[in-house]
Design a protein around this ligand. Structure first.
Ligand SMILES: [Zn+2]
Length: 106
């Protein structure tokens, strides 16, 4: 695998030739509907949502913390840039290191 990647070849499954990739969603790929529904169900019942390293500009994922807020939960945002939800956040950290120090101190 490492050899294939280092030669800039796309790794493919030897059995079915499908693309081998980590279990993440890349830009442009659609989210799994079942996983997304489960995320929204969890968001409705959450007391707190941590938003880590997101500009909250890409939907539908960006609407998860909005759902938490609409159902009386709190959000903490850790992101270097501003987001449209900063003003509703319990805490907003620009620096992830600052957030970690605060977390450890509690
Ligand atoms: Zn396969």
């Amino acid at each position: 695998m490492k050899t294939k990647i280092s030669k800039e070849r796309i790794p493919r499954c030897v059995k079915c030739s499908s693309l081998i990739k980590p279990n993440i969603i890349f830009y442009g790929e659609s989210l799994d509907g079942k996983i997304l529904s489960a995320a929204f169900e969890s968001a409705k019942q959450s007391d707190l949502c941590l938003v880590l390293g997101s500009s909250l500009a890409v939907y539908p994922a960006a609407s998860i913390p909005e759902t938490v807020l609409h159902h009386s939960g709190e959000i903490i945002i850790v992101n270097r840039n501003q987001t449209h939800l900063d003003k509703y956040a319990l805490y907003k950290f620009d620096d992830p290191e600052e957030f970690c120090k605060e977390l450890i101190s509690k």
